[in-house]
Write a protein that binds this ligand. Structure first.
Ligand SMILES: [Zn+2]
Ligand SMILES: [Zn+2]
Length: 448
């Protein structure tokens, strides 16, 4: 009896000084109740990955779970440029009174990688590729983790409707890895057929932050990406008679070396830029000078002006070196910039700071770290550029096993990260942390 009275007094005292703490404890309890089911979902998704634009079962799982949570769900949403390709986008809406509309996006696709983690729930999925060869499929970018957090967030937001007012729109986006899925959903009218977005949020896992923590960065977070194809054209002939031809291998080699000066000599050192020649193919035999050499480049930039400057420099250097070698204008190199450009992902500073404050309140300051931009790319950037151009923000979700990360940092060794066949996120506590972080961020934006 005495105990009971004391507990009552303590609770009241705690309530009067720290109501948000109680709200957080309530979140933790709700997450605890969902944790087993979410972990099972994570393992199922991890074992059953699907490649970009093939997310049939994955999207069906998401749609069913969201319907069960009480959302109004539209599936098979999206429209690729190729009319015969099915888009597996999922859009789930929960209307809960007046207020802004907050979008939360997860990606759903996996990568063509043979998993090498040795985990009991490792993927053994293999699929045939166009050429007939088999390739492994693996959630090596952690989109399975993103989806699990997304479903947990959906459940909590549905349970806690008395604590927020507004509209939540949850989107399962296909084909992120091929940077076509966001475009497909926007082309199909995402922002006009569903509530007009006021904010768009996302998270991405990272092996640079321990599971249990998150990190954030306002401003540019991820680079813009371009693929460039260069065909260097010369005149082929006998390898023993170089004077009779124009050797495209030598010209292309000079181009590869000269392209390095774009980053080192032309660009502002304060602004990160990448020009990588990832493929160089030419010739068939020792003693034949080929007619052509082919280069494939990836270019990473942080803003449109920088992008224009780099692309112009690539053309100028390529054409200049071919001309210097005496290649006539009619055999000038062909420089093609592929259509699959994605712009840089820029975190809206004001929204990002608001979200960061929510993260700190939810997780504690010690679990919210300053984040770093990286030169990888994402088509999440496209949501910020579509009318009504909503503010967007993505934060990093720690996924690394804290002990392994500490060990790797102390020894200066490598910890496998996204896109590695050995990337193995620590699902618990990463899932709990992600759900708590995203739920809190959304509820704060939709505060009554
Ligand atoms: Zn990826
Ligand atoms: Zn990813």
């Amino acid at each position: 009896m005495r105990c009971a009275i004391q507990t009552g007094v303590l609770s009241l005292a705690a309530l009067s000084i720290s109501a948000p703490l109680f709200a957080q404890n309530d979140l933790d309890q709700r997450i605890n109740r969902e944790a087993d089911s979410l972990l099972a979902t994570y393992k199922h998704l991890h074992e059953n990955p699907e490649l970009s634009a093939q997310e049939r079962e994955t999207s069906a799982l998401l749609a069913a779970d969201l319907r069960k949570s009480g959302y109004e769900v539209t599936d098979h949403f999206g429209q690729y440029a190729e009319p015969d390709l099915d888009a597996y986008g999922v859009v789930a809406v929960l209307r809960n009174g007046p207020g802004p509309a907050v979008y939360v996006r997860t990606d759903m696709d996996a990568l063509p990688i043979i998993e090498n983690t040795g985990l009991p729930y490792a993927s053994r999925v293999k699929v045939a590729r166009a050429g007939g060869d088999e390739v492994g499929v693996m959630h090596a970018c952690g989109h399975d983790l993103h989806m699990t957090v997304f479903l947990g967030t959906a459940r909590l937001l549905a349970q806690l409707q008395d604590r927020w007012s507004g509209t939540v729109v949850l989107i399962g986006q296909p084909a992120e890895e091929t940077v076509r899925g966001a475009q497909a959903m926007l082309r199909a009218g995402l922002f006009t057929k569903f509530p007009r977005p006021d904010y768009v949020l996302a998270l991405h896992d990272t092996s640079a932050v321990p599971a249990g923590k998150v990190s954030w960065h306002a401003g540019p977070l991820l680079a813009g990406a371009d693929s460039v194809d260069i065909t260097v054209r010369g005149y082929g002939g006998h390898g023993a008679a170089p004077q009779a031809g124009k050797d495209p291998i030598v010209i292309a080699s000079e181009i590869v070396v000269a392209l390095q000066t774009i980053v080192s000599r032309e660009m502002d050192p304060q602004l990160p830029t990448v020009v990588t020649v990832g493929s160089f193919h030419a010739g068939t035999k020792h003693n034949i000078i080929p007619d052509e050499a082919h280069l494939q480049l990836t270019v990473r930039t942080m803003n449109p002006q920088q992008r224009e400057k780099v692309l112009a420099a690539i053309s100028r250097i390529t054409n200049g070196l071919a001309a210097a070698a005496g290649v006539p204008a009619e055999r000038a190199p062909i420089v093609e910039v592929a259509q699959d450009h994605v712009p840089a992902t820029i975190n809206n500073p004001e929204l990002t700071r608001r979200v960061a404050a929510s993260l700190e309140r939810a997780l504690g300051k010690e679990n919210v770290l300053p984040g770093e931009p990286i030169m990888a790319s994402e088509d999440f950037s496209l949501f910020a550029l579509e009318d009504p151009r909503p503010p967007t923000s993505m934060f990093w979700l720690g996924a690394a096993d804290p002990a392994k990360l500490k060990d790797a940092m102390e020894k200066g060794t490598r910890l496998p990260g996204p896109h590695s066949s050995e990337f193995a996120p620590l699902p618990d506590p990463a899932i709990r942390t992600g759900v708590k972080a995203m739920t809190s961020a959304v509820m704060d934006l939709l505060k009554k």
